[in-house]
Write a protein that binds this ligand. Sequence first.
Ligand code: IMP
Ligand code: MG
Length: 194
Amino acid sequence: MVASVTTQIQSPRSPTDDIAEVLLDAQAIAGKVAELGARITADYAGKDPVLVSILKGALPFLADLMRQIPIPLSLDFLEVSSYGNSTESSGVVRILKDLAHSIKDRHVLVVEDILDTGFTLRYVLEHLDQQKPASVKLCTLLDKPARRIVPITVDYRGVEIPDRFVVGYGLDYNERYRNLPFIGVLKPEVYGRP
Ligand code: IMP
Ligand code: MG
């Protein structure tokens, strides 16, 4: 008699499986991005702005936002690190990658994913100001005002969210979950997983 062999195929765990709750779905994000894009388009017409985005978290937001701003503009990138691998800000900000082009006399719009304690943006805004741009304004998709330590003026704010650590649409936990098309909260058991 030939024993039948059943092969159990285990599908790899999907990032979506680790989500406890969705705070903003793809449609809600798209609506906010379109709103922000319309305001920015009206304010920056004729100004040839440079959108300075902060890698890596703001990447999906920038990609969607710029396509809602149908005026001449250019892009540049900064990469900063303030978090290490934890969910708490260290307050120590380092520049990992600086701008590629001069922003002297340019209208700069900083595009950020989330404003939390404000340490990162204070550092970034001071760094940009030193280069004598014509103006610097800030656009952030998410704002967690309950966590603010450093006061920061936000010119374009997408959504205020409660004091919860969120992932998706560019935002990571230990470099994971950036590719989720929505913004959500992780299941508690995910923290501390190797
Ligand atoms: P801040 O310096 O505390 O304002 O933190 C800003 C940076 O921390 C953001 O650009 C994110 O990279 C990261 N961050 C803050 N809150 C969250 C969160 O809820 N999820 C993921 N990353 C976050
Ligand atoms: Mg970021």
